[in-house]
Design a protein around this ligand. Structure first.
Ligand SMILES: Cc1cc2nc3c(=O)[nH]c(=O)nc-3n(C[C@H](O)[C@H](O)[C@H](O)COP(=O)(O)O)c2cc1C
Length: 385
């Protein structure tokens, strides 16, 4: 029905009230880093190889020790219930259908137990740590009990980035019904009838571990003023005591930090600027990728995210040494546009594009994709003047 991700994005924009679309789409401050995420991918040029048998192409790989049908992960995003009912259940099902892991955010609007109930797929848990460490400990215990396999500790959010659109659209938690917000909702009747009518979604997952009940004010504080800003590298040892599976550290952007993660025995890192929503002026993950990969020990997994909108972006990341890419907004565009069918359609589109890209590159197996398939100067092209 739609030809590319932009079409889903446009449909999402039509369906959602402005405050919800801006929450999904917006970056921090002037959006410099947000734009850089896309610009960096556009600067990478392929060097295709012709006359190669690409009748069959293989995209299967291993992510955190488990088979994945292609090197992508449906990444963690909070407050997904703003777009559709049972949003996380839909994203988990869509990911499973394509043989991909799904990462449930600490700020999810569905319980991690309910997401497990509806999918036999690979589930990872993203963790934000509150000052009261018992909250994170409880969430890890719950996730472990339901077979979540990998922990993704997000470390780029000691405080939320400055997002100017919150003030413009009137969005904050708890929501205060201003005339502007009411008008926004009234003028999006399809959303109001299917999502808004049920009230603003709650951060139920966090609420359960923090014992907060339905108090949205307290839930918002747990993600804001009660975030643990004192988190340091030695705290990975604390995580290890509570999590026996793989641990990835998400939100790093430098070689030095990636090395520290390896020294502290994380299993891997997700290079990420949080989709341009945190520190404006930060580099993009794909720019830092070749530098980080060059310094990491064998077996240490390096993932990236930020700006992945085409199957060819996934190929570029893998060619530069990424184990896989996390998808942030891409599946959300599909979800908001058309519910679970939209999320499935977006993943199908990216999967098709990746296979097409491999065939056009003359690379029959994604595991053989290296920077030999990129134009020689593209790493220096990534170094912005
Ligand atoms: C609406 C939204 C909510 C997000 N919430 C979280 C979150 O709860 N935890 C987290 O680690 N990252 C969160 N992120 C960051 C994503 O995991 C990911 O790093 C980013 O979206 C990648 O960029 P992309 O959207 O351009 O693909 C969020 C991103 C978006 C767009």
């Amino acid at each position: 029905m739609f030809s590319n991700l932009d079409d889903y994005r446009e449909a999402a924009k039509r369906f959602l009230p402005e405050f919800a679309f801006c929450y999904l789409e917006g970056g921090s401050e002037d959006g410099v880093t947000l734009r850089r995420n896309r610009a960096a991918f556009e600067r990478i040029t392929f060097e295709p190889k012709m006359m190669v048998d690409v009748t069959a192409v293989g995209t299967g790989t291993e992510l955190c020790g488990k088979y994945a049908a292609w090197p992508a992960v449906v990444g963690p995003t909070g407050l997904n219930g703003l777009y559709r009912r049972e949003a996380e259940e839909s994203l988990a099902r869509a990911a499973h259908r394509f043989g991909l892991p799904f990462v449930l955010s600490t700020a999810s609007t569905s319980l991690l137990e309910d997401v497990r109930q509806c999918s036999d797929g690979e589930l990872w848990l993203q963790l934000y740590v509150q000052r009261d460490r018992r909250i994170a400990e409880d969430m890890m215990a719950r996730a472990r009990g339901c077979g979540y396999s990998t922990l993704v500790l997000t470390v780029d959010t000691p405080v939320p980035g400055q997002r100017d659109h919150y003030a413009r659209t009137g969005f904050k938690l708890p929501l205060r019904w201003t005339p502007r917000l009411l008008w926004d909702v009234v003028t999006h009747p399809r959303w109001t009838a299917t999502v808004g009518i049920h009230g603003i979604p709650q951060l139920v997952n966090l609420a359960r571990s923090a014992g907060l009940g339905a108090n949205i004010e307290a839930q918002a504080a747990a993600l804001g003023s009660q975030m643990d800003m004192s988190l340091e590298w030695h705290d990975i040892a604390w995580l290890r005591r509570h999590w026996q599976g793989k641990i990835l550290i998400k939100g790093l952007l430098s070689v030095a930090d990636a090395k520290r993660a390896a020294q502290h025995e994380a299993d891997g890192v997700v290079l990420s600027n949080h989709g341009g929503r945190q520190l404006d002026g930060a580099p993009s993950a794909i720019e830092m990728l070749p530098h980080v990969v060059a310094c990491m020990p064998r077996g240490f997994e390096v993932y990236i995210d930020g700006g992945v909108r085409r199957g060819s972006d996934i190929a570029k990341a893998v060619a530069l040494g990424a184990k896989g890419t996390l998808l942030g907004r891409a599946p959300l565009y599909g979800l908001a546009a058309a519910g679970i069918d939209g999320a499935i359609a977006v993943l199908a589109q990216l999967n098709r594009e990746l296979e097409t890209c491999l065939r056009l590159l003359g690379c029959a197996d994604i595991n053989a994709l290296t920077d030999a398939y990129l134009l020689g100067n593209c790493v220096s092209a990534l170094e912005f003047e």
